[in-house]
Structure formats: C-alpha cells, structure tokens
Write a protein that binds this ligand. Structure first.
Ligand SMILES: *Cc1c(COP(=O)(O)O)cnc(C)c1O
Length: 364
C-alpha cells in the first residue's frame, strides 16, 4: 500500500505529529565500539543467564512483580506498596508524568537532560518548562524552583545528569525540596547512582520517607547490565505509586526481567565490582581528557560530555574515524559512554584530535 496525497489522512494530535520518533544510538560498524547508549560492556553473569532461561514464557508474568518488589522493599526498609516496578524506569517516568500532568499543566526539568523527558511530557498532553543548565552543565535548582507556577505538576531532577554527568549535591537537593510546594510531585531520576563516588552527591536512598511528594527512580539497565530486559523501579509514597500503577500498561514487566533482576540483587557484590572497574576507567579517561586540555565536566556517571556545540557533527565524524560510536546530541554536544577497556585508546586518540581541531573545546 502506498500513501496517496489525495487520501484523507486520519486525524492525529498535532503535538504528536510534531514529535520525532525515538532514535536509538546507531549500531557500531565492525571494528568500532558502541559507546552511544551508556550500556554495561560486560557480558551477563552466568547466574543471570540461568535465571532468564528458567522463566516460564508461555505464562503471563506476575503483574505486581511481587518477589522483586518485596526484595526491593526490604533493601530500602519500606513496605511493598512503596515500591513500583516498571519495564525500565523510563516507563515509570511516563506513568508518573501522565498521572500528574495533562493538558494545561507544566512539567519542569533541567536542560540539557535526558532526551526522553520532552517526548514523555508531550505525549501526556502537558507542556515542558526546560530550565537551562548552569555554565558548568549542572542543574540550576534555584532557577528551577523559581520556575514553579501554579500549573506545575511534576519536576524532574536527574543526578548524575544524562548527558552531562554532573551531580546535584544533597545540600542543593534539600534546598530545592524546601523551596517547592509540598504538593508538587518531584521525581529524582537516579539511573546512574551506582557510578557515583562523590560523597557530596544526593542519594535518594537517604531521603526515602522524608518527603510526601518525592519519588526516587532507579534502573537495572545501566550498572546492573540488564538494559535489554527492561526493568526499573520507583520508591516513594504508596498513594503516588498507586497512580503510576493505574496508568501502567498491565503485565509489561516480563518474567525473565523480574527473575534476572532478583538474580542481579543476589549477585550484587560481583556486579558492583564491575561498576568499580567502570568508575575507575571513567576517572582515568576523564583525567586524560582534561590533561589534553579539553573542558569536560567531572562526570559521576558512566559517560563523558563533550560540549562541542556548533562543531558537534564534525567532532562526531572524528570520533567515528577512530572507531568510536558516540551519541551526538545536536546542537549541544556529544555523550560518550565508558565502555570496554579496548575502546579507551581510540577514544583518547579522538579527543586529542578534537583538542587540536577545536580551540573552543579547550579549557581556558
Ligand atoms: C537510561 C536512563 C533511564 C532509564 O532507563 P531504563 O532502561 O528505561 O530503565 C532513566 N533515566 C535516565 C536519565 C537514563 O539515562
């Protein structure tokens, strides 16, 4: 069937027609490294592969993810109703944004931040209010608090921030929570929390039970290496999570995903050793890139941010020529994941070339 110019088109929501479909980080050609999606470069532990293989896939999964929710509740010292499991934390973001904000309402976040936020807000029918990051790429939380209006229904704080790697400190976050109305839903998106080594960083775990309007979001995709299975979770007040459960598509967290997440918690220590390998590699790469003279934020996540601005496409071609497939986020810059040890030499050769070619990228 071909589209005909004369055929009457179905009527779709104009804001959806104006929204681009999700675009994935491109697949890496042979001899290249895929450093475009902040994935974990390690193969899954054999125990996790076994747990996946043991799941019955002819049956529907446990809709409430009971066993996994109980595990997480024990871990965070809360009741099971204070935990909600979703098919990736991005789906919980979608559920909570939909639950809180509709047409005429505003959703507030920092920018640049996670690429998914604007689209999720649009799909909910609400409007985005994006507060620019500070010049050092950190969230400007006082400006975010000042941007709250009586139409604001949800505020998202991403720390470490994707794609800049910067953190919000515990002190800054406490000041933000004190400044915003206590009936404003605040989502603390901690997709990369396991990679944080800075003791000043906020840690949602310390805040659980402290605020009636705060939900903490985490995922098994990044540090725990289960991106392909789609499983994440939220911890927060039961009434808010019930609203997420009400907007969720039932049965979307599969049994293999639930079992793999439990196996990951069973083998957390081994997985956190791998996380430590990545954070050390991050700090080494960061040190080397700073020594090359590039101005790069001190990332606390498993990626680095190159603020290439107008030179982004050209800079991305240089990375590709060195076998590095990164994520170009036009018009602001490039996010490069910390991946396999073998990827580091090519990455540093590329950043060396970037430092020579683009004086604007160099620290002044
Ligand atoms: C990767 C990511 C997520 C969630 O990923 P899922 O795979 O859906 O769990 C959430 N927030 C940010 C900022 C991310 O980068």
């Amino acid at each position: 069937m071909t589209d005909s110019a004369e055929a009457p088109s179905v009527r779709l929501r104009p804001e959806i027609l104006a929204t681009a479909p999700y675009r994935q980080g491109r697949p890496a050609p042979a001899e290249s490294f895929k450093l475009s999606s902040n994935e974990n470069p390690f193969d899954p532990l054999p125990e996790i592969v076994d747990a996946i293989a043991a799941a019955a896939v002819n049956r529907y999964p446990d809709a409430a993810a009971t066993a996994l929710s109980e595990r997480l509740a024990t871990r965070f010292g809360v009741e099971r109703g204070n935990v909600h499991v979703g098919s990736g934390s991005v789906s919980i973001l979608a559920q909570l944004i939909q639950a809180a904000a509709g047409p005429g309402d505003e959703a507030l976040y920092s920018w640049r931040s996670f690429e998914a936020y604007p689209g999720l807000v649009t799909v909910a029918g609400a409007s985005s209010v994006a507060v620019p990051n500070l010049p050092d790429q950190r969230h400007d939380l006082p400006a975010m608090a000042a941007a709250v209006t009586d139409r604001t229904r949800v505020a998202i704080v991403c720390t470490p921030n994707n794609p800049t790697g910067t953190i919000v400190t515990a002190e800054e976050f406490a000041a933000f929570m004190a400044a915003v109305p206590s009936d404003l839903l605040v989502l603390l998106d901690e997709a990369y929390v396991e990679f944080v080594t800075d003791p000043a960083a906020v840690d949602g775990r310390d805040l659980i039970g402290r605020y009636p309007n705060l939900v903490v979001l985490r995922t098994f995709s990044k540090a725990f290496g289960l991106a392909g299975l789609r499983v994440g979770y939220a911890v927060g007040p039961e009434r808010i999570l019930d609203a997420a459960r009400a907007t969720a598509i039932p049965l979307s967290v599969t049994e293999p995903a639930q079992r793999a997440a439990i196996a990951a918690l069973d083998h957390e220590e081994a997985l956190l050793q791998r996380v430590a390998v990545i954070t050390r590699r991050r700090d080494e790469v960061l040190g080397a890139v700073l020594a090359q003279g590039l101005a790069v934020p001190r990332s606390q996540a498993n990626f680095l941010w190159l603020a290439t601005g107008a030179d982004t496409s050209e800079a991305n071609d240089i990375l590709l020529a060195h076998g590095i497939v990164a994520r170009a986020l036009l018009p602001d810059g490039i996010r490069v994941s910390i991946g396999e040890a073998e990827s580091v030499a090519g990455l540093l050769a590329a950043t060396e070339e970037l430092a020579e070619r683009f004086p604007s990228l160099r620290a002044s």
